[in-house]
Design a protein around this ligand. Structure first.
Ligand code: ZN
Length: 94
């Protein structure tokens, strides 16, 4: 199989809960969606505006406990990233 090229661009982003609450969806900044998978402290969240998923990590966590199968033999575990929309407040339905 090929190396990890482009996997980062494809897989969900993982952000901290604090940044998620402030800046919303990691892709579009929307503040409403639903958790599609949860464990005791982390969640996979699907945005109701752009319909993409991101991982919301509890404070202090640096790795997603949830893996995403990106192809037959590669499961991607997102690592904590700075929120891509840091500094732009989350928006509501317009
Ligand atoms: Zn979104």
């Amino acid at each position: 199989m090929s190396e990890n090229v482009a996997q980062e661009a494809i897989g969900p982003i993982a952000v901290s809960i604090a940044e998620f609450l402030e800046f919303g969806c990691a892709y579009c900044g929307f503040n409403s969606g639903s958790a599609t998978f949860v464990d005791s402290s982390n969640a996979v969240w699907r945005c109701h505006e752009c319909d993409r998923e991101c991982v919301v990590l509890t404070e202090g966590a640096i790795n997603s406990p949830f893996g995403f199968r990106l192809d037959e033999d590669f499961i991607y575990y997102p690592e904590l990233e700075d929120h891509p929309r840091r500094g732009i407040p989350a928006h509501e339905i317009k």
